[in-house]
Write a protein that binds this ligand. Sequence first.
Ligand code: BGC
Length: 731
Amino acid sequence: MMKRAIAVSLLVGSACLCSCADQPVYRDPEAPVERRVEDLLARMTLEEKVMQVTQWTYGKNMNVNNVEQEMKAVSPMIGSLLYRSTSAAFYNQVQRKAIEESRLGIPILCGFDVIHGYRTIFPIPLGQACAWDVEKTGESCRIAARESRLSGVHWTFSPMVDVARDARWGRVSEGYGEDPYLNGVMGVAAVRGYQGDDLSKSDAMAACLKHFVGYAYSEGGRDYHYTEISPQSLWETALPPFEMGVKAGAATVMSAFNDISGIPASANRYTMTEILRDRWGFDGFVVSDWNAVEQLKAQGVAADDAEACLKALTAGLDMDMVDDVYRRSLPGLIADGTLPEEVLDEAVRRILRLKFRMGLFEHPYVEELPDSVRYLRPEARAVARELAAESMVLLKNKEAVLPVRGEVKRIALLGPMADNRVDLMGSWWGQGVADDVVTILEGLRAEFAGKAEIVSCAGCGFDGDDRSQFARARALARQSDLVVLCMGEKRNWSGENASRASLALPAIQEEFIREMARTGRPTVVLLSSGRPVDVRGFESEVDALMAIWQPGTEGGNAVAQLLSGKVNPSGRLAITFPLCAEQQPVYYNRRQAARPRSGRYQNLPHDPMYPFGYGLSYTTFSYGTLRLERTTLHRGERLAAEIEVTNDGTCDGKETVLWYVSDPVASISRPMRELRHFEKQSIPAGESRVFRFEIDPERDLSFPDATGERHLENGTFVLEVNGRRVEFELI
Ligand code: BGC
């Protein structure tokens, strides 16, 4: 085996080409990428190849879960760095080391978790999904890419398209909710936003679809945990958003921590090679999650590092994030013939391909610009504000207490989020700086200047049992015409390694809300969180309730514009609000049950608090008749559907129409309904707009089986919009 590996190396080595006397092909920007890759690969020593598939971390470690990771000095041969500094000068210094001190001058690919913004922080992805504004999500990613690239970051570990299944799992904040199609559409927008149409542009950044695959099925919502996922759910729910992202050109994919039927995702040949590459034609590379190769030992499928390395690489995992197992194990595995060098070559090829596509060989350095040019430009703040405002979901508005009426002259703004910067940024705040954040207090003071006085105190903490400020808060509430309570979760209560057994706010917050509501003043609760919250402890006592998520840098301004009515709420839930944790898992697209009306809990109502798609507005929309151009269609044809929506209230608004399809009888039991299309439009007061959906049977009516094979079966289907249903036949 060893002899064979050497023979292959020599053969490839002899294929080295030079475009001119002394410029190797790989240095020729005019040569096709594949030729450059082959030329460079043929020149590389085993050590150089091993370093290419290795990622180390360098700089300030922002991931609280990984802080113990020892910092290592940068090798000029390293393939990638998880790079954590905003200093372009520092970045250039590191890159110069690679370019000048390594034999072949291969640039380093620098990656970072830019999840919802780099320095300008946008709402968390779950909030973005509730905005249903695909274009704005794309724009936010475009801005994040520009800010990142100007700081030396080439590659983000985003978007996360793990379809939410349990709100106790803290990472639901990082994804786009519970619907596979919505995750796919938003994931595609993110990929296109980050990458643009040309990865070599100086403001483009490589995207990474994660976590491949099934991570959100973490049992009981516990992170890093065992998952139970059937092949059918894998194909029907977990894989579709990844397929959409791959087809949109995502440059990389990250393997997940979980296992699928006992095979860890990071050693899973079926998912990383058979599905991703053989079926979907993915030509990018797969990076492990943090330490995931080493963790194969903890997961009980590898006795030592060498076995972990062998399993991961042969399964299709190209780059090893941080744990250094590849670097330490590959030379031995290749030397003793256990692993053919071609397997490593293929991984190296995929990584080099991205470096060439990104133009890193031609432009390894970044211009050293001041922060004011790189970050928080007015257009970035504007997108952050608009997206935040659209992401917020009005859940209750008794007697139209919102928007704030003219007669309100004093507002008591209370609660731990009222004057809080840091928690408004949410988990994974990139390089966000708390001082950049507009607090809710600042937002309201600016928005209501000259109209209403804002008086404020926190009154209560996030948790604990300190009631010493209750009296002061109560006094402020009593002196005011409206009480706005800013409550919710600290930013590290969601995100990675932030599972919560209960979805309720800590008792002190619930008590505070009730106490303030009992002053008799109209009371509004603004709920900032990274997940759905159990609101039973206070919902009935307050007049209005709005989920503001973790809205980012412009959060305070966005809230203020919604409260004043300058912006009409248009968010709709991308994830169900269960009544409580005991109702979990609850999601709208369940399969049809044998006895749909029985088998429910005896001691808990069946329906969730707020269903998927729920969200109020300051205006009212009425839906006309759901029309189909005909009631039958054949394969290969399209079927047009439309519905007219009228804004019959008194203020302009935006409405999102959600189009669902269901297949009541098929060869396998299908979900009760599945979102197949959505569209958001502005509708001025008194006007109507027509929303359209063109059904493509292959795309919208077919379904995968447990092997991923798609089936399109004749029969009756149901199209549903806002409770209106029409049937049609595929014949
Ligand atoms: C997370 C990933 C993240 C990586 C790098 C891991 O612990 O699961 O989502 O991209 O760390 O920070």
